[in-house]
Ligand binder design. Structure first.
Ligand code: 5AD
Ligand code: SF4
Length: 440
C-alpha cells in the first residue's frame, strides 16, 4: 500500500467553517488522505476561508503567495480554496493566483473527492454551484473514530434575511434546513463516538424548519428529539435571529434540562434608525422585550450578542442608543466589530462614518462589554455549576472544562476524566476563566 497522502487545512472564521473543515477532511480521508499540522509536508493544502469582514480576499491572496516556494519544491502539491471567499471570488482566484488548483464553494464540498482526482490529473477545477442535493448526506463515509466530548452539528445553512451589511445570503445562499432524521442519526453517531455536548449550527439556526415525520419541525421540536438521545448530556445552538425566536424555543429554555442556559442573540445596534437601515426588521424595544420573555423562562440564562459600530450614517446619538441597550441587557459575552464594507451589499454604497470616529466608538463599546462580561463572570463565585471536562490542565491533577454558561472552569485535584460531568463550586474568577473545586 502506498503511504497516505497528507492534507493541511487552515480554517478561518465561524464555527460552521470548523464543522465544514472536519467534513472535508473526512471526505478526503476516503481518498487516502490523513491530516497534517504543517503545510510543509502536505500533498494538498486547503484554505477554508471567511468573507464576513475586513479585507478577507486580500488576506487569502497573501496567504496563497506564501506557498509559492513550497509548490516550486513540490510540483505535485495541490492547493485549494474553499469557503466564502471561494464562493464570492470564484474564477477570479485562479486568474489572480495561478498556484491554485481547486476552488470549491461551501455548497459543493461533497464533490471534493472528484475534484481532487481531476486536480491530480493536472486539471484546474472550480465548483461554486448551489446544487439541490444534501451535501452532508453525501459526506457521510467517515471512519468511526473516537471524538472529544463536544461537537458541532450543522442543521441549517444560508440566510434569507439580507441584513444590509452582510455577505452571508450571497456566499452561503438561501436558507435550507436539513431533515430531522439525518440530524438525529448524526447526533446518535457522535454520541457513540464519545460526544456529550452538541452545538447545533446554522447562520440562522432558529429559523430551522427541517422535514420531520409529521411535516416541518421547529428548532425546539428538534431539540426535544435530541433530548431523547441517551448519552447526549448537553445541547446548544448558534446563531439566532431575534425575529425567529419562537415561543416554543423560549419555553424550551425553561423546561428542557439538556438545553444549556446560554443564548447568542445578535442585535447589531440599539438605534431604531440604524436597525431599519440595516434591514433588521426589529426595533431595540422589541429586542429588549424578547430578552425579558427569555429571562422569564430561564432567569439565569447568559445572553451573548454581536454588535456593529460605525454603520453608514450612524451618529453619536445612534451610538449612545447602542450603549443604552447594552446597559439594559447586561451581556455575559459579546462580539463587537467596526463596520467594514462588503462589495455587493446595499450598505457598501452609503455614506461611510469617519474611520477614527468608528474606532473610538468600538473602543467605548468594548470597554462596556468587557466590564459586563467580567461582572457576569465574577457573579459565578460561590455558586455551584455543572462542568463538562474537556482536557487536562497545565498543572498535575488539574482538569479544564466548560460550565453550563460556557465559562471555562479550572478544577485542581480533579479525579474526573475527559467527558465526565461534575458539580463544581466556583471559588474565584480570573481574567478569562473561573476556578473551582469538586462538590463532595
Ligand atoms: N462589517 C462588520 N461586521 C459584520 N458582521 C457581519 N457583516 C459585517 C460587516 N460587513 C458581523 C455581525 C454578525 C457577525 C457574524 O459579524 O455582527 O452578527
Ligand atoms: Fe447576515 Fe445574520 Fe443578517 Fe443573515 S441574519 S444577513 S447571516 S447578519
Amino acid at each position: 500500500m502506498s503511504a497516505p497522502k497528507k492534507l493541511f487545512i487552515k480554517t478561518y472564521g465561524c464555527q460552521m467553517n470548523v464543522y465544514d473543515s472536519e467534513r472535508m477532511a473526512e471526505a478526503l480521508g476516503g481518498e487516502g488522505y490523513v491530516e497534517t499540522k504543517s503545510p510543509d509536508d502536505a500533498d494538498m493544502i486547503l484554505l477554508n476561508t471567511c468573507h464576513i469582514r475586513e479585507k478577507a480576499a486580500e488576506k487569502v491572496y497573501s496567504e496563497l503567495g506564501r506557498f509559492k516556494g513550497l509548490k516550486a519544491e513540490k510540483p505535485d502539491l495541490k492547493i485549494g480554496v474553499a469557503g466564502c471567499v471561494a464562493q464570492a471570488e470564484g474564477q477570479e482566484i485562479m486568474r489572480r493566483q495561478p498556484l491554485v488548483d481547486l476552488v470549491v464553494g461551501p455548497q459543493s464540498y461533497h464533490r471534493l473527492p472528484e475534484m481532487e482526482a481531476k486536480a491530480r490529473e493536472g486539471e484546474k477545477v472550480l465548483d461554486t454551484d448551489f446544487p439541490e442535493e444534501d451535501k452532508f448526506e453525501k459526506l457521510k463515509n467517515r471512519p468511526k473514530a473516537k471524538r472529544g466530548p463536544t461537537a458541532f452539528l450543522t442543521v441549517q445553512e444560508g440566510c434569507d434575511k439580507f441584513c444590509a451589511f452582510c455577505v452571508v445570503p450571497y456566499t452561503r445562499g438561501a436558507e435550507v434546513s436539513r431533515p430531522a432524521d439525518r440530524i438525529l442519526r448524526e447526533a446518535q453517531d457522535l454520541v457513540e463516538r464519545g460526544v456529550r455536548e452538541i452545538t447545533l449550527l446554522g447562520q440562522n439556526v432558529n429559523a430551522y424548519h427541517g422535514a420531520g415525520p409529521n411535516g416541518d419541525m421547529t428548532l425546539a421540536q428538534l431539540i426535544w428529539e435530541l433530548d431523547k438521545v441517551d448519552g447526549l448530556e448537553r445541547i446548544r445552538f448558534t446563531t439566532s435571529h431575534p425575529n425567529d425566536m419562537q415561543d416554543d424555543l423560549i419555553e424550551a429554555h425553561g423546561t428542557c434540562a439538556k438545553l444549556m442556559p446560554y443564548l447568542h442573540l445578535p442585535v447589531q445596534a440599539g438605534s431604531d434608525k440604524i436597525l431599519k437601515r440595516m434591514n433588521r426588521a426589529h426595533t431595540a424595544e422589541s429586542y429588549l422585550r424578547l430578552i425579558e420573555r427569555i429571562r422569564a423562562a430561564r432567569p439565569d440564562i447568559l445572553i451573548s450578542g454581536d454588535f456593529i459600530v460605525g454603520f453608514p450614517e450612524e451618529t453619536e446619538a445612534d451610538f449612545q442608543a447602542t450603549l443604552d441597550l447594552v446597559e439594559e441587557v447586561k451581556y455575559g459575552t459579546a462580539y463587537s466589530f467596526k463596520y467594514s464594507t462588503r462589495p455587493g451589499t446595499p450598505a457598501a454604497e452609503r455614506p461611510q462614518v469617519d474611520p477614527a470616529e468608528a474606532d473610538d466608538r468600538l473602543q467605548r463599546l468594548q470597554a462596556l462589554l468587557t466590564k459586563q462580561q467580567r461582572e457576569v463572570q465574577d457573579s459565578m463565585v460561590g455558586r455551584d455549576v455543572t462542568v463538562l471536562f474537556e482536557k487536562a490542565g497545565r498543572f498535575p491533577g488539574q482538569m479544564v472544562g466548560k460550565s453550563d454558561y460556557l465559562h471555562a472552569v479550572h478544577v485542581a485535584d480533579c479525579d474526573r476524566a475527559i467527558g465526565d460531568l461534575a458539580r463544581v463550586r466556583i471559588l474565584s474568577s480570573g481574567s478569562n476563566s473561573l476556578a473551582g473545586a469538586l462538590v463532595d
